[in-house]
Structures are given as C-alpha cells and as structure tokens.
Design a protein around this ligand. Structure first.
Ligand code: NI
Length: 227
C-alpha cells in the first residue's frame, strides 16, 4: 500500500527541522547503502550521530506520534531513527534499488526489519526540479513529490528510485518501520476496516453493528500483531 500522510510536521516544526538540516555537515550518502544500492546512490546525508540529525529526528518522531493516520496505516512496532538526505548539484540522484531488509541502529545495536519505507519531504516542490520518488510495485509505477511536511509511506519491498534533481535542492527525512503486522496485505485489510469503521461511526454513530465491526478489527489485530 502506498499512502500519503499530510502535515506530519506543522509549520513551526518544519521550520526548525529545516534550520537544523541547513546548518548540518553533509557527507556522501553511501554511508548507509548496501552493496547493490551503493552503485546506484549519489546523494548527501547527515551522519546519524550528528547532533543536528538527532534533534531533527526527535522532532520527526514526535510528529509521527501525533498522526493517527500514520499509526493506523503502519501499526509501528519499531521506527528506525530518522535520517536526512539531500539531492543537489552533482550529487543529485538515486537509481533503482530495494532497501535492505534489516537495519541495525548503531547507537543501540538493535535490528529492525524494514516492512515499510517512509520519505518525509522537507523542501517545497517549487524549490527544486526533478527529484520525484518513483516507486514500482505490483500496483504499477507511481511518481511522488509532496508538499513540505508531508510523508509517503510505501512497502520497503518495492523497487524505487529518486529522479535526478536538475535545479535547486531536495531535502528529505527518510526512515523505515518494522510493523506489528508484518504482511502488507493484512495491514491493508486492517487499514481499510479501520477507516470504514471511522466513517460509519461518523455517519451512523456507535450502532450495535459498528461496535461488532470494531470488535472484528481488534480481534483480527490480536491474531496478527506481534508486539
Ligand atoms: Ni531506498
């Protein structure tokens, strides 16, 4: 499932994260790439242990914690500490690749299975040309460029790339999520059920049928969730 989550960062938090990334020391993005993806990767990143990355990452995590849409779609068990990348000048693209299946948080030594990938756009679309995130999956090919502060959630199993940035700079936060529900199709079903119940509750209220459907949601989640 591909999901656009709007306004993960409010304007104040977005400005703070942008200021932190602007003042940071950027290095070659291949520091976090696997052997295949490092061939395709040509961008800049802030080292994970840089104070700017840590502070900005905490703001991103706080924004995610406030997003009910993110929670119900991702059902996060663990979130990899957010990283930050920039595409500009001669370091301006990332060719087709699949993200590594397991990531290790160097600070804690903890392994995280990457069920979902996320990109949180920090640059406004009018600040750069190109730089679309192109995601290829069983549902076809989708080209994504979102307003600053918005996030795209997509299966980490998909082949994806970032098109060359021809003008300006594209700054984003990116990270991975290990979900309580590993299977994409089960997560999709739970998401559709949850959103439908939410709609019904708004239109008809908590009828006995809505209460039973809510029970179905939780009983399915109970069967499938690993916490
Ligand atoms: Ni990737």
């Amino acid at each position: 499932m591909l999901l656009h989550v709007p306004s993960v960062l409010d304007p104040g938090d977005l400005a703070r994260v942008r200021a932190l990334t602007t003042g940071a020391a950027w290095v070659d993005g291949r520091i976090t790439a696997g052997t295949q993806s490092e061939q395709a990767k040509n961008n800049l990143q802030i080292p994970a242990d840089a104070p700017a990355a840590r502070e900005a990452g905490e703001i991103v995590l706080a924004g995610l914690a406030k997003s009910a849409l993110f929670f119900t779609a991702a059902l996060p068990r663990h979130i990899f500490p957010p990283l930050f990348n920039c595409y500009r000048g001669t370091t301006n693209a990332f060719g087709n690749h699949v993200d590594n299946a397991v990531r290790t948080d160097r600070a804690t030594g903890k392994h995280i299975r990457t069920d979902l990938s996320a990109t949180l756009f920090l640059s406004r679309p009018d600040e750069y040309e190109g730089g679309e995130l192109v995601i290829e999956d069983t549902f076809g090919t989708k080209s994504v460029k979102l307003p600053a502060g918005d996030l795209i959630l997509y299966p980490a199993s998909s082949v994806h790339r970032v098109e060359p940035v021809a003008r300006g700079a594209r700054v984003a936060s990116f990270f991975w999520i290990e979900s309580m529900v590993r299977e994409d199709d089960r997560r999709r079903l739970l998401f559709d059920l949850d959103m439908s119940i939410l709609g019904l509750r708004g239109s008809v209220g908590d009828t006995p049928e809505v209460v039973r459907l809510t029970g179905c949601y939780h009983n399915l989640l109970r069967q499938w969730a690993v916490v």
